[in-house]
Design a protein around this ligand. Structure first.
Ligand code: PFF
Length: 448
């Protein structure tokens, strides 16, 4: 059994890892698609408000639970719980989060596998391997199984190396690469015809749709998914932060980076849709509605890349490499949640725990692949519409109602000695007790 717990070696390392978890397919695919199908800039505005006013406080609750507990999600929550009933409740919430992370990984790995094969397809075309290129875009069962397995193995190989040499090292390499590719692509797309119309749709809000409850529900769900909340992931990442660090500012950096990348991804995808439309690819119906959300990444954008000739192969490669990197830094955090629990609870070595849990998750992924039409959507809604908001809400309840207020404030003061003078100090404990659980519950009830 490993006795020495891992820890992020630097502020930068933690920020890259936690932002790596947050920034993923949800930012680059989910956010722009939701924006395009929910009234453009109005959605962006609502999203920004909810991300800072609800998701950031909830993220702080998870980080502070983990840093205080210095253990996996179940043990960290149990340390806050005085009596037997609360301990059982803590187990249910922590373990529920871990299962949620594992289930999200099981569908995320399938989508990430598609991204991998789409990254290789332009290379196959450039090297004139046309049969391989055709197979890579074939949507065959074999392709899905192979690339999902490859993606899970890559995730396992990073996680098995531990916190500093695995998660931190790779997040520090991959996140800057992601930013570089994203900006190059934006520069390219903004130079094409039609891009300015896309920018207008993205940045000029139609205020009439702003209070639409559907829009609120989608925006909150997106914010929770994007900050990896309600999955025990931020609890476990919080547990690897040293007591010398100021959690309040670390959490704020992670939220800012996550929101920034989602916003910037919109600057790529929405203008790209309009560029594609200008080139004859059908994206919007006559009344301006997005024709299909699901096919955006796999039909609309590839059609755009194809219309660019040989340059399109390079642009396509860069785009799908970007998606694959974003997916990988998120998937490693999803695997860390169950692995850290298994290592600390069952005295397994990290290597054993990673392979056993990675293997189990692959089995779930394969089951989804074989029953795609009935299981994929089901697992996505189960985890993102039910699991994440509920568990996120329970974490707020733990911090607001079960933890002793003095203990909570002492933990915040670690690494932030003059916290008492901050706005955060005055508002957040009250906010996490009443506003966050209530707001999440309201949105959840609406979803039901
Ligand atoms: N935040 C990731 C994204 O936006 O794609 C997805 C995610 C990562 C969800 C980790 C849940 C999680 F535990």
């Amino acid at each position: 059994m490993s006795t020495v717990r891992g820890e992020f070696s630097s502020r930068f390392g933690f920020i890259m890892a936690a932002a790596g978890s947050a920034v993923g397919l949800g930012n680059i695919w989910g956010f722009p698609t939701q924006t395009a199908s929910n009234g453009g800039a109005a959605f962006v505005l609502v999203y920004l408000v909810l991300a800072f006013c609800l998701a950031y406080p909830a993220l702080m609750a998870e980080l502070v639970i983990g840093r205080h507990g210095q253990a996996n999600a179940v043990s960290s929550l149990q340390k806050l719980s005085g009596n037997a009933f609360n301990k059982r409740f803590a187990f249910a919430v922590g373990f529920g989060g871990i299962i949620c992370a594992g289930l999200i990984l099981s569908f995320y790995a399938i989508v990430a596998g598609w991204m991998f094969s789409a990254t290789l397809e332009p290379i196959a075309k450039l090297t004139r391997l046309s049969d391989t290129a055709q197979w890579l875009s074939s949507q065959s069962l074999a392709r899905d199984l192979i690339f999902t397995a490859l993606f899970v193995i890559l995730t396992i190989s990073i996680i098995s190396k531990g916190v500093e040499n695995g998660i931190e090292k790779w997040s520090k390499r991959l996140m800057p690469a992601l930013l570089g590719i994203l900006f190059l692509l934006i520069a390219y797309v903004l130079m094409q015809d039609g891009a300015s119309e896309g920018l207008k749709a993205y940045l000029v809000p139609d205020f009439s749709s702003i209070l639409n409850p559907e829009l609120l529900v989608s925006a909150l769900g997106q914010a929770f998914f994007s900050l990896s909340l309600g999955t025990s992931v931020m609890i476990i990442y919080g547990s690897y932060i040293s007591r010398q660090e100021n959690l309040v500012s670390l959490g704020a950096y992670v939220t800012l980076i996550d929101v920034f990348i989602a916003f910037v991804a919109g600057l790529l995808i929405i203008p790209a849709m309009y560029v594609a439309q200008a080139q004859g690819v059908e994206i919007f119906s006559a009344n301006g509605q997005l024709l299909s959300e699901d096919t955006l990444v796999f039909q609309v954008l590839p059609a755009l890349f194809e219309s660019m000739g040989e340059v399109g192969l390079y642009v396509g490669f860069a785009f799908f490499a970007l998606m694959s990197i974003a997916a990988l830094t998120s998937s490693i955090s999803m695997l860390e949640a169950p692995v850290s629990y298994a290592v600390e609870r069952f005295a397994l070595s990290r290597l054993q725990a990673t392979w056993v849990i990675g293997g189990l998750i692959s089995l779930v992924s394969f089951t989804i692949i074989f029953n795609f039409s009935s299981l994929f959507g089901f697992v996505v809604s189960l985890t993102t519409q039910f699991g994440q908001p509920l568990i996120g809400m329970f974490c707020c309840i733990f911090v607001g109602w079960i933890w002793h207020r003095n203990g909570l404030l002492t933990e915040i003061r670690n690494g932030y000695p003059d916290a008492e003078h901050s706005v955060f100090w005055r508002i957040w404990p009250w906010y996490i007790k009443f506003i966050c659980p209530l707001a999440i519950a309201l949105v959840f009830i609406h979803t039901l």
